[in-house]
Design a protein around this ligand. Structure first.
Ligand code: IPM
Ligand code: MG
Length: 386
């Protein structure tokens, strides 16, 4: 009997509802093709639009299934605007949908937010003269603490506040576990594009901030267990210019939460944009896979959003499930999804508007659905396990 994996599917708001169904189409197709595993999809509404209607971010059933029963979680994006164009917020000021994104990251201890920065062939990068041979790194963002740690007091904040203090929590446990994740990833990787060395760069602000000093000390301590991996260091401000000048130096990068948030958008830009940037929030027991992009309400429902980030995130989900359960079929499926996206981009003709730039600016943009159909067709031409 093939194993059945339960997946919580949370399209959320805006273009999340355009791209997640596309990732599901690709999932259906790849599992039919490979066989050997099955997925059981449980889809739930959640986010800002749901909040506007129901007064809560998701149903108890959705929350219970997602937290307690799902083997993996596939998330679109959350964030909606109300009738007057303002973003929908909870009474505590948090974005409606916060529980789904940040709540799951913290609540399920998804301590490593893994964001590959891979410039695929056929995609234009704003960095002049850099090609797919130069840009292939992975940013591992600490995902449970830092400036995102829950507030532990009742500090009131409203428009009349004269001072607001955001607390930044960095713990040894949080820093060590994310560092270990980054080193393990480096061990399995093929190294940095420039020299093939397996390297982890710790990106922090330890010249100034005490929390970052603990983060770096934890990185060094865990690093003793990985003598084969080169240790590398950068202050976050300097790193933003180094990655533009010399992206090929970087293999795996690890950073505290809020710095990781910022530098992964930079990463998305140099790999060709948010349309091709996937992410996985991973812990020891659970994983949430989502595109890095947001809900982009302006483009929602127009069949124009790039489904590739969501499709690649779904591929990361298969890879993670395959590795965690020792399921070879899943890993083969994950490879096939990635290969199909790579091939479609390389051929160049079928792409959404966001990718019709640079050398590809003369191409007539394709729709969200047509891009997905092309990826599905392409999978048919890929040899299983090849
Ligand atoms: C991200 C997003 C989120 C974050 C937002 C939507 C809360 O920017 O996943 O990078 O800040 O982590
Ligand atoms: Mg972000």
């Amino acid at each position: 009997m093939p194993r059945t994996y339960k997946i919580s599917v949370l399209p959320g708001d805006g273009i999340g509802r355009d791209v997640i169904p596309q990732a599901v189409r690709v999932l259906d197709s790849v599992q039919n093709r490979i066989g050997g595993f099955q997925t059981e999809l449980h889809e739930f509404e959640c986010g800002g639009e749901y909040y506007l209607r129901e007064g809560k971010e998701w149903s108890t059933e959705a929350e219970d299934f997602t937290k307690k029963e799902a083997d993996a979680i596939l998330l679109g994006a959350v964030g909606a605007n109300n009738a007057s164009g303002k973003s929908v917020r909870r009474p505590d000021g948090h974005l409606a949908g916060y529980s789904v994104v940040i709540g799951l990251r913290i609540g399920l201890e998804l301590y490593a937010n893994v964001r590959p920065v891979d410039l695929m062939e056929g995609v234009w990068s704003p960095i002049k003269d850099k090609t797919s041979k130069d840009i292939n790194l992975t940013i591992v963002r600490e995902n449970t603490e830092g400036l995102y740690a829950p507030r532990r007091d009742d500090q009131k904040k409203d428009d009349s506040s004269e001072i607001v203090i955001d607390r930044r929590v960095i713990t040894r446990k949080g820093s060590e576990r994310v560092a270990r994740y980054a080193y393990e990833l480096a061990k399995k990787s093929s190294g940095a594009p420039s020299d093939g060395k397996r390297r982890v760069t710790c990106v922090d602000k330890s010249n100034l901030l005490a929390g970052c000093q603990l983060f770096r000390a934890s990185f060094d301590k865990v690093g003793i267990d990985f003598p084969e991996v080169e240790k590398d260091y950068a202050y976050v401000d300097a790193w933003t210019q180094w990655v533009i000048r010399k992206p090929e130096h970087y293999n795996i990068v690890v950073a505290p939460n809020e710095f990781g948030d910022i530098i992964t958008d930079l990463g998305a830009a140099i790999q060709g944009g948010l349309g091709v940037a996937p992410a996985g929030s991973i812990g020891d027991q659970h994983g949430v896979f989502e595109p890095v992009h947001g809900s982009a309400p302006k483009y929602a429902g127009k069949n124009v959003a790039n489904p590739m980030a969501a499709i690649l995130a779904m591929g990361m989900m298969l890879e993670w499930l395959g590795s965690s359960h020792g399921d070879k079929g899943m890993k083969i499926a994950a490879d096939m999804v990635k290969k199909a996206v790579v091939l479609v981009l390389k051929e160049g003709k079928i792409r959404t508007r966001d990718l019709c730039v640079g050398e590809w600016s003369a191409i007539q943009p394709s729709s969200t659905q047509d891009v997905t159909s092309t990826i599905i067709d392409k999978m048919k031409s890929i040899e299983i396990g090849g």
